[in-house]
Design a protein around this ligand. Structure first.
Ligand SMILES: Nc1nc2c(ncn2[C@@H]2O[C@H](COP(=O)(O)OP(=O)(O)OP(=O)(O)O)[C@@H](O)[C@H]2O)c(=O)[nH]1
Length: 878
């Protein structure tokens, strides 16, 4: 017979061993200890006893406990999460506690129902708790491990859910199992069990199982979503983070890595991009100077330099980023890239500045200023001695040590006023200054030695002064010498049309001696008197401007420039522009070597602080700031470089007439001529004839006429006076030829007087007319030739230079030899008729009445323009 031990039975029914022993004793079963065996018969005995009223068996419990029996079940399971990527694994203990109490419904049906509901709720809570723990475990796992862990978490969640479901199922089964037993085996101990088989018991079990299953499914779904989110999950994520996508990554959120959501409480910044994609291409107005680098142009168009270089390659131009391109090319490129070009002159900034200065000066009243004097004359006549005497006697007078320094100019305080002397004697310096456009001299002192009278250079000096329109005061030097003859000097001067005052003319003649100092004060008086007549004034409350007299690079001082102020007051600290250099005036020194704070009109000063050494004759301007100074200096530098390449614009005979009225004034224009001939007779004949040419619109001026070959001085005078040189049976010497080349002076040689007169006559009367000049505007290379029944031979070409336009005359070249001249009949691009085709573009060209065009030929497209006709070719090299 099968025997169960008391202990086992007590465990099975869930009551203490003592209590079971008491009940067994009451039922008459002989069982003393927990290890005593109980047979089936004993069990039935106990059951019978219990049915018969065993419920009232007194135990140490209360009466209520006799009416019910509680089954407690605790199941513990372990959830093992293996770590990934080196993270340690984790074990989560899951404990499910369940308690079920069976109540005798016969006695407490209502109460039992209530209790049952509570128990069911408790069971439900227990299951939920288990699931909550599983959920927590899943979250932890999610945080610690990534994809691999998720997969395992999925597994674990499923296992756990199944465990929970299993637990619930087991419980339900147990309840089911208890059902048949209860009415027979333990009616007293568990009277409620007689009622267990009612309909509610299995329903509840099923419900719990269903619930556990649905939870398991939910867990599964979440686990799966953690590494492959569904659309709803993404939406939820967006909602949670309030994160908005960039338009550039639309629909690509799945690619992004999960990022930290920042510190709690931190203000969530909008992550939307600030840049908005333009809706239409931006068309810019691009300023184009006369020359520009590729890189700079690209920057102005806001495109990458590479893009621009590519575009240039398309047009057939190979260029690097730092390459300079001219304005025309730049304009073409800007148009090609869809922007609007705006050409600006290199001198625009300077013009603007000068315009401002002019406007400022025009409204300002001029103040009297000292005259600026230049000393000229024949060699050894005493120019340097005179200047030295004045400087020594007048500048250094009263100064300690009497040290003076040569700065190119100095000023003298005489009893009656101030005078400024240019310290470089001779007309060469004077002319050079003039040639550079610097008209700084107010009065010319013509030095003539009393013992020598008028000499060739005296005459030249007179001509230079006249050409510049500068009044002359004659200083007859060496009056102290024995053979001094002032009357002879006066005679010589009168022969040159310099008439002394005492002879009824307007030229003051002052005898002086640089040895004794005799007459020096009279000379200064005469100069001041002349200045008074000239009424020299300059505004002083305008930005200072002046002219560079000379400059040098000095050790320890840097670039030093002597500037003669023409208007305004130059001060220390001013931003000065001098030629193509600029800088802030660091210090100013006068001719005595003393530092001064400022210098007004007609005062020469040494300026320290410039970026380089400007050239004599360069204009200086004070500008508002360094940026402007640098801008204009750069433009001037650029212009200078260009002018070195291009020949200086000198007057040309054929342009004389065409320039009439160009300035819009309608006034007569001067035609300056410098005449040199082999003999006096021919020179006189020429000058007389020129003066007699009837010209209404052109006024002929003979700047100089002399016998002899063309000298450097002649060319300099012609350049400074914008004169045309007429050489009759004479040629230029080597120095003069060099000067001709440098200055671009128009020199014409004749051997027949009539021809010279005729040319000048034609020039001033406009009879030179115009001639047609050709300009090649485009060149195309023939790549292939197609035959068309309608159009004949069509040359498939690539335009390699310039522009090929319809309606212009063309030439067909074979090996650089013209083989045909004609017209362009058709110009096509991709079967479309076009008006013009730019360089770098392919096109089809049909040549009118010419079918013999071959691959390799070149088609030149040219334009005819009218230009002033040239009379006689200058033979400068002769
Ligand atoms: N007795 C006397 N001699 C003078 C006078 N002026 C100049 N001399 C002398 O004449 C010579 C030439 O004088 P410079 O002053 O050198 O003449 P310059 O015109 O400057 O000469 P270059 O520089 O060669 O053009 C010198 O020996 C002087 O001493 C003067 O007024 N009286």
């Amino acid at each position: 017979m099968a025997q169960t031990k008391v202990k086992q039975l007590a465990e099975e029914v869930g009551i203490p061993v003592d209590r079971l022993l008491a009940r067994l004793e009451a039922a008459g079963v002989d069982a003393k200890g927990e290890d005593d065996g109980i047979s089936d018969e004993d069990k039935l005995k106990l059951l019978r006893h219990l049915r018969e009223g065993g419920s009232s068996v007194k135990t140490d419990g209360d009466s209520a406990s006799s009416r019910r029996i509680s089954l407690r079940r605790r199941s513990t399971s372990e959830l093992k999460l293996s770590g990934s990527r080196g993270a340690p694994g984790k074990t989560v203990s899951v404990e499910v506690r369940k308690r079920r109490t069976y109540v005798n419904r016969a006695q407490e049906s209502e109460e039992a129902a209530k209790k049952e509901a509570e128990e069911a709720a408790e069971a439900q809570r227990a299951a939920e708790q288990a699931e909550a723990e599983a959920e927590q475990a899943r979250r932890d796992a999610e945080a610690e491990a990534e994809r691999q862990a998720q997969l395992e978490a999925e597994e674990a969640a499923r296992a756990e859910a199944e465990a929970a479901a299993e637990a619930a199922k087991q419980q339900a089964e147990e309840a089911d199992k208890a059902e048949p037993e209860t009415p027979e085996e333990a009616p007293a101990a568990a009277p409620a069990e007689s009622e267990v088989p009612n309909k509610r018991q299995p329903t509840r079990a099923e419900r719990m199982v269903d619930h556990a299953r649905s939870r398991a499914q939910e867990n599964l779904r979440r686990a799966a979503a953690s590494h492959g989110r569904t659309e709803q999950d993404a939406e939820r994520e967006r909602e949670r983070g309030k994160r908005k996508e960039l338009h550039v990554a639309e629909g690509k959120q799945g690619r992004r890595k999960k990022k930290s959501r920042g510190r709690p409480g931190r203000v969530q910044m909008a992550t939307e991009h600030g840049f908005e994609r333009p809706t239409a291409p931006v068309i810019r107005e691009v300023e184009i100077p006369e020359t520009i680098t590729v890189g700079d142009l690209a920057q102005r168009m806001a495109v990458k330099a590479n893009e621009l270089i590519k575009q240039m390659m398309k047009l057939g131009v190979m260029a690097t980023i730092n390459q300079m391109i001219d304005q025309d090319t730049a304009v073409l490129l800007v148009e090609e890239m869809g922007h609007t070009p705006k050409t600006v002159s290199d001198s625009s900034a300077e013009e603007e500045l000068l315009e401002e200065l002019r406007a400022e000066e025009s409204g300002t009243e001029g103040k009297p200023r000292a005259p600026v004097v230049t000393v000229m004359g024949h060699v050894d006549h005493g120019k340097t001695s005179l200047l030295d005497y004045i400087r020594r006697a007048k500048v250094a007078a009263g100064e300690a040590g009497g040290i003076t320094q040569h700065i190119g100019a100095y000023h003298v305080a005489h009893d009656k006023g101030l005078l400024t002397f240019i310290d470089t004697p001779g007309h060469a310096a004077f002319t050079r200054m003039r040639a550079r456009g610097a008209e700084i001299t107010d009065i010319a002192v013509l030095v003539v030695a009393a013992d020598d009278s008028v000499m060739p250079q005296t005459k030249e000096s007179i001509q230079h002064a006249r050409a510049a329109g500068v009044p002359i005061v004659v200083a007859v030097t060496k009056c102290d010498v024995q053979n001094a003859d002032i009357d002879r000097v006066k005679n010589g001067l009168a022969a040159e049309d310099v008439i002394p005052e005492d002879w009824g003319g307007d030229v003051q003649i002052v005898p002086v001696s640089s040895m004794t100092g005799e007459g020096i004060d009279d000379l200064l008086d005469a100069l001041l008197l002349q200045a008074e007549i000239l009424e020299l004034t300059a505004p002083d409350d305008v930005p200072a401007r002046g002219v560079v007299i000379e400059s040098s690079l000095e050790k320890g001082r840097g670039p030093v420039a002597t500037v003669l102020v023409k208007a305004g007051v130059l001060k220390r600290g001013d931003y000065l522009l001098a030629g193509s250099h600029h800088g802030r005036v660091r210090a100013l020194f006068n001719e005595a070597g003393e530092q001064v704070k400022e210098a007004g009109a007609s005062i020469p000063v040494e300026v320290l602080g410039l970026s380089g050494t400007p050239e004599a004759g360069d204009e200086t301007l004070v500008v508002a700031n360094e940026r402007r100074a640098r801008e204009i200096a750069d433009q001037r530098d650029e212009r200078m470089r260009e002018s070195k390449l291009a020949q200086q614009q000198a007057a040309r005979l054929e342009e004389v007439f065409s320039q009439i009225g160009e300035d819009g004034s309608g006034e007569a224009k001067d035609l300056n001529l410098l005449v040199k001939g082999d003999v006096q007779g021919s020179v006189e004949a020429l000058t007389e004839s020129f003066r007699k040419i009837p010209a209404e619109e052109v006024r002929i001026r003979i700047v100089s006429s002399a016998v002899g070959g063309l000298s450097e001085s002649d060319i300099e005078l012609a350049a400074a006076s914008n004169a045309i040189v007429i050489g009759f049976n004479v040629r230029a010497d080597a120095k003069a030829r060099k000067a001709i080349q440098e200055n671009g002076v128009d020199v014409r040689y004749y051997s027949v007087i009539y021809e010279a007169i005729q040319d000048v006559t034609d020039a001033v009367s406009g009879l030179l007319g115009t001639e047609l000049r050709e300009e090649i505007v485009g060149l195309a290379e023939v790549k292939d030739v197609f035959r068309s029944s309608k159009l004949g031979a069509i040359a498939g070409c690539l335009v390699v230079d310039g522009t090929v336009s319809r309606g212009l005359p063309i030439r067909v070249l074979r090996d650089n030899v013209v083989v045909y001249e004609g017209e362009l009949e058709s110009l096509r691009r991709h079967k479309d008729d076009v008006r013009k085709v730019e360089a770098g573009t392919e096109c089809g060209i049909g040549v009118k009445n010419y079918n013999d065009v071959k691959p390799g030929d070149q088609i030149e497209c040219y334009e005819r323009t009218e230009v002033q006709r040239k009379v006689v070719e200058a033979e400068a090299s002769a």
